[in-house]
Design a protein around this ligand. Sequence first.
Ligand code: FAD
Ligand code: MG
Length: 330
Amino acid sequence: MFFKFPNNKIVQSTREFYALGTVIQFKAYGKKADKVCDMAMDKINEIENNMSVFKGNSEVSTINKNAGIGQVKVSRGTYYVNKKAVEYGRMSKGAFDPTIRPVVGLWGIQTENPRIPNTDEINRNNRLVNYKDIILDEQNHTVMLRNKDQALDLGAIAKGFAADEVKNIFCKHKIKSALIDLGGNIFALGNKPNDTPWKIGIQDPFKKRGEFIGVICVTGRSIVTSGNYERYFMNNDKRFHHIMDPFTGNPSENGVISATIISDYSIDGDALSTCAFVMGIEAGLKLAESIEGVDALFITENKKIYTTCGIDNELEVTSKEFLRGPIKWK
Ligand code: FAD
Ligand code: MG
């Protein structure tokens, strides 16, 4: 879609398409917005082709096929995402683990046939999960998994990288105002065209999509949420969702049902939202508070909201059903 306003000043371009397993939306303002949105779509497709575990010929699938066999030369982007993923594995002491694929595959949560695996299967596959087995060679841009049957899954970090890449394209072409939404992984570039901050809704985990617990006002920041409410299956009234606890090989269960990270780079927000979800309120808030420029918001299953100090003023809770926990976790 392409709008040109009569005064010829504000030009808006929008896109909505399916990629990275989700609905992607761009809204960009500026003279070159239409052309730049096309370039951004190409970039998303390139990232999907390189990093999808669902595509047999992607670089990530090639790394997985060569697990325990040999190194695989990869693109700049795939190398960078692997490097950052290992950093977050280390920072979260393994709560975030990009080698989680054997466990994710066992549960099949995003497939048509999800199931609850037995304990032996979980233990066997969970033994393969260890981010320390990702061997990176910076000089040659190669990635290798140390052992046979290990497998990468960059699903918890690559959408964040993609949002940053789209933002970079927009900035390079002088787009000063844009909203990049990769299925809830959002980057708000600049301010709104009327020069007020973007207002981003935080999904109410108990309600249908688009119903919010409140809004956060941001300028030029990434807002990423990991939640248990979009990708899951039910069995005997129990919810089995897609964010795994690498210490147990089961869906993470610690009372947190949604973890949002506000940061300058979306790759950090994506990785950290998954880290925080698995680490839980106390460790997650401590981690977020320890990183300059990063804020966090948690929602628990008993309808409490916890945030870091930095976003206290930016967050407006509109739902009456939720209580604020202590601002800073002690
Ligand atoms: P996040 O918390 O950001 O990530 C959760 C995902 O990361 C899980 O789905 C799992 O894949 C992985 N994960 C689980 N636990 C951990 C952990 N402890 N540490 C690290 N990682 C973990 N979906 C489809 O259905 N079909 C597709 O074809 C498809 N293609 C994709 C291609 C790419 C390049 C990417 C990035 C994603 C794709 N997806 C696809 C979506 C993907 O499988 C995840 O569902 C999605 O990225 C989850 O994002 P999230 O923000 O909901 O949760
Ligand atoms: Mg994530």
